[in-house]
Design a protein around this ligand. Structure first.
Ligand code: F0G
Length: 457
């Protein structure tokens, strides 16, 4: 008999979590104004809000926490991180920041001005926020296949080269850089192929534009390249990662994802002049250039986590767990983005609740129902997240209205995944009894989903 698949690690430390009753959850969610961000963590049994900063660090990472060098300038932990980044990505220059969006803030301060246009594959919400905050425009050039959750395509994160070239032709002089997000989070944790990266690079060279990779989940992207892009099947993750970054001029990183750390981020680049410009903003916004918002212990944990994050056995364990949850849901005929993504399952709320109008936030309604049913917290990646148009102030209704179930790295077992799957099945079985959604009672002008207050419609 073939031996079954099992995790590539064992568990050394545990943290208790508590089941609650439906009645308790009904009270808590009302007090939280139907916003899952407003819940307290002990009101949640299984927390799939995000895979960001929620991973379990390894024994070696925790060892690094004890040996962090907290010197203000020139700490050995800084050099350890710098060596790891250059070794893995090939970028000679780097600036530490406290997390990914801080890296965006620093880099964009140097690169983006009012009226600019930044094309890419579905910009993440903080990326888009930092672009729009500077009165610039983010243009989504993702391939159309990504917006139909029933279509299977191995690289739904890809850029449509025709759409990208249109932007470069029409507003070329206003484009400071092209951005690729690896993996494409907003489209469902969907990877970008290396073929597509090379094609984007070629186009960027023709139009003389730098290329930025938002690399939060670059290692998961590399895993999919190995598994799904036949010419790379015999290459190691290390080799694939090297080729990925050879297509970019600079990267921003949230170390809370594929570096499996609780906190941290960075910018890395090839151009020394850009490094000098960014250094000034880094010192103003983040901290001196050898810590930039991270403590020495954080930098040690990140340096080690970057290597663990590109380990094939770890990646296989991780992505197979997400796939396990996805396959259980598919067995229950629950509509979700296919193929299954790297860090999360994205439930297609329009197909789950076809009778709930988009103005009543079907994906948020689904996330609330799942919480009530099973104490599981997901997150809306849909209309609430999309914010209002900055000019017209009208709600933006994205093509996809999804509930994301993001799986933290090395945290939950497949028994937990079973609870999530059955919880969602129970909601699916009584979906017709859930007749209406939610309405907003209060919202912030930008990134409203964090603080929005809602009530049943
Ligand atoms: N880019 C991508 C693709 C992201 O997914 C995130 C964060 C960021 C940038 C910003 O990084 O959080 O360290 O400031 N995504 C988290 C999520 C929050 O839940 O998907 P950060």
């Amino acid at each position: 008999m073939e031996l079954p698949f099992a995790e590539s690690y064992k568990i050394k430390v545990v943290e208790s979590i508590r089941r609650s009753t439906r009645e308790e959850r009904e009270n808590w969610i009302r007090e939280a104004q139907y916003n899952l961000f407003q819940l307290k963590s002990d009101q949640i049994f299984i927390d799939l809000l995000t895979d960001s900063g929620t991973g379990a660090m390894s024994d070696i990472q925790w060892g690094g926490i004890m040996t962090g060098d907290e010197s203000y300038a020139g700490a050995s932990s800084y050099y350890k991180l710098k060596d790891a980044i250059t070794d893995i990505t090939g970028f000679p220059y780097f600036l530490p920041t406290h997390q990914g969006r801080a890296a965006e803030n620093v880099l964009f301060s140097a690169l983006i001005k009012e009226g600019d246009v930044i094309p890419g594959n579905s910009h993440f919400d903080t990326t888009k926020g930092h672009i729009e905050f500077r009165s610039a425009v983010a243009v989504d050039c993702t391939i159309d296949e990504a917006f139909d959750t029933t279509l299977s395509h191995p690289f739904k994160g890809n850029v449509d080269l025709g759409k990208l070239e249109d932007v470069l032709k029409k507003s070329g002089d206003k484009v400071p850089f092209i951005i690729l997000t690896l993996t494409n989070n907003s489209a469902g944790g969907q990877p970008v192929s290396l073929e597509n990266m090379h094609q984007v690079r070629k186009l960027a060279d023709i139009y003389n534009k730098p290329v930025l990779f938002d690399s939060a989940r670059f290692a998961e992207n590399a895993y999919f390249i190995k598994i799904r892009e036949p010419v790379y099947q015999d290459q190691s993750i290390r080799e694939i990662v090297e080729e990925i970054f050879s297509c970019a001029d600079m990267m921003t990183m949230s170390c809370k994802k594929d570096a499996i750390a609780s906190m941290g981020g960075f910018i890395a680049m090839r151009d020394p002049e850009l490094f000098r410009q960014c250094s000034m903003f880094n010192i103003m916004f983040e901290g001196y250039i050898t810590y930039g918002g991270m403590s020495g212990r954080d930098m040690n944990a990140v340096a080690q986590g970057l290597y663990e994050g590109i380990d094939f056995d770890y990646l296989e364990t991780r992505i197979k767990q997400v796939e396990y949850l996805g396959n259980r849901l598919l067995d229950f005929n629950i509509p979700l983005q296919q193929p299954i993504g790297g860090h999360a399952i994205f439930i297609d709320a329009k197909r789950f609740f076809p009778h709930i109008p988009k103005e009543e936030f079907p994906a948020q309604t689904l996330a609330i129902q799942l919480y009530l049913e099973a104490g599981v917290r997901g997150v809306e990646i849909g209309t609430l997240l999309a914010d209002r148009d900055p000019v017209t102030r009208e709600n933006r209704f994205p093509v996809l209205d999804m509930m994301r179930l993001a799986v933290p790295r090395r945290v939950y077992t497949n028994n937990h995944m079973d609870v999530v799957a059955v919880g969602l099945k129970n909601v699916f079985d009584r979906r017709e009894e859930i007749k209406s959604g939610l309405r907003i009672t209060r919202e912030a002008p930008i990134m409203r989903h964090f603080t929005v207050e809602l009530e049943p419609a």
